[in-house]
Design a protein around this ligand. Sequence first.
Ligand SMILES: *Cc1c(COP(=O)(O)O)cnc(C)c1O
Length: 396
Amino acid sequence: MNKEQIFQTDKEYYMPVFARYQIVLSHGEGPYVYDIDGKKYIDFLAGIAVNVLGHAHPALTAAVAQQAGKLIHCSNLYYTEEQAKLAKSLAELSGLDKVFLANSGAEANEGAIKLARKYGKTVSADKYEIITAEHGFHGRTMATLTATAQPKYQQGYEPLPGGFKYVPYNDINALTEQVSEKTCAVILEPIQGEGGVNTPDDNYIDQVRALCDKYGALLIFDEIQTGIGRTGKMFAYQHSNTKPDIVTLAKGLGGGVPIGAFIASNKVAQAFAPGDHGSTFGGNPLACAAANAVLGVIAEQNLLQNVETVAKYMLDELTKLQNKYPQIISQVRGKGLMLGVKLTKPGRDIVNACMEQGAIINCTAGDVLRFVPPLNITKAHVDEVITILDKVMAIA
Ligand SMILES: *Cc1c(COP(=O)(O)O)cnc(C)c1O
């Protein structure tokens, strides 16, 4: 099929839920992707924070190919070495104890919500309330879209599951007012991704932890976007001394192969007994082999250090752009390779112009350019994108 035929076929046969950009991607290599006409793009969206090793990474490709030739799936009625190995790695890396593997971010959060509810019941029948933050994003299943305190994701799907409350993000007083003995969990992103790369004050997360401890509420970090090295630590909460009771992962974990996870302390995980939760595909050996390869490469190539170095450079370069175009850029924010550029106007035109110039970037929350590139990029790759942004902003 040519491009026009693909657009037409999609229009005729795919559910009309995506506002897609008008390109058809075909293959990639490292931080580059190519469309079906052979045009090359530098990819600083990376499948929305998914392709942490870039595209077609040899170690990931080999791990997936080898595992596919051995055993793709076998049901959780049986053990596999790949799954056991991944569970051990995730427990050790997070400082938590017990892992459950799912297939996506929404499923990871859905499972974490179920576990929190079960745990709450072991304390009291009334301990079921879940508090989340405005402008957060937690997924699109019924429970996770209810946890997502943004009307645009909820409208039309009522009645929503009960027991959810919302507070403004980065506002400890608002949370103090809402939290009570009925609170079973507070769910937060350490940095809000979809909501606009919203980065809280330094002490907010520690204050939330203290409040949760006071009321016996669980603290759940949704690290689906911030996890797996994105901010320069394996988990964003590792920038401080605060540890959650449950953390959820997905996006970067499989380097592009669908996988999600939630990890809990022993105290919380013991609320689950055989039969309480499950998944047909979750934790299958193919996805686990991919995740094991991703974690292996991050460790062997010291990618957390690379994130620190390249992110500092990119932040400086974006700040220079802000100084050059103060009428377009009002703020540069974020941590590690999760950077946001707040614009003074909607960002879609800039994203389209960058695409035209050969750079794939993203705009979220309407007016925030979001950069979530592969973790193994170099300063030279940053320069490529900055040059294109500079060119685009000069005429914007
Ligand atoms: C992407 C995302 C999700 C949802 O993940 P899916 O795999 O799309 O279900 C949940 N929480 C956060 C923070 C995310 O960025």
